[in-house]
Design a protein around this ligand. Structure first.
Ligand SMILES: [Zn+2]
Length: 213
């Protein structure tokens, strides 16, 4: 029995090495290995709201649908929150920075005093993040009919403090009655999540091809 010990640990070492190798072997140059999904707001920070429709709930549901979609496509994810809890912006950014070779996608719903304003928009801060924002915008618009407010520069905390490519997606206005009735439907949030996912996959393809870094 004593003799089996060194053999046992040797086998474990080989298996561990193999897993480490397999874990990185199929990752091509330029490819990212993980998507950090950040559902905006939570707990007392409800975000935009109208009546009982709260941004924090819509954002979490959409983020979880995105997680499921990406996992099914073989892309690893990390959620900054999975329940109705408060997480500081600093903590969200630090979770994003935990994974060196990752991208950061923050999911939000919009609100403004002007109830006629509607549409989808995706913000980036660094120019490196701009293509990701553009692919997500076109991904969403391939799945739902909404006005296109574009991929644009935005100085949000989580974007400024994330070292990896990072975007903040606004999936429609809670303050607009037509968009509000859309976002209340699970099927619509599903299409939005799939659209974001589609954009991420397209962006991954471009990274793999070496056209982006
Ligand atoms: Zn928000």
């Amino acid at each position: 029995m004593k003799n089996l010990r060194p053999l046992g640990s040797g086998v474990i070492a080989i298996v561990t090495t193999l897993f480490v190798f397999l874990g990185t072997a199929n990752l091509q140059a330029g490819e990212f290995s993980r998507v950090v999904i950040d559902a905006g707001h939570g707990d007392q920070d409800v975000g935009g709201n109208h009546g009982l429709v709260y941004e924090k709930h819509l954002a979490l549901d959409t983020a979880l649908r995105l997680e499921y979609y990406l996992n099914k496509k073989g892309i690893r994810t990390t959620m900054t929150r999975r329940s109705d809890q408060f997480i500081s912006l600093a903590k969200r950014a630090s979770i994003g920075n935990r994974y060196r070779n990752s991208i950061f996608v923050s999911v939000h719903y919009n609100w403004t005093w002007k109830s006629s304003v509607s549409g989808l928009e995706t913000f980036y801060h660094s120019s490196r993040s701009k293509p990701l924002a553009q692919y997500i915008q076109s991904g969403m618009h391939s799945k739902v009919r909404a006005s296109d407010r574009g991929a644009k520069y935005g100085s949000y905390y989580v974007l400024r403090h994330t070292k990896n490519p990072a975007v903040l997606v606004e999936c429609g206005f809670v303050s607009n009655s037509r968009e509000r009735s859309n976002m209340k439907k699970g099927s619509w949030r599903q299409r939005i999540a799939e659209g974001i996912g589609k954009g991420i996959i397209k962006y991954q393809k471009e990274r793999k091809s070496g056209r982006l870094n």
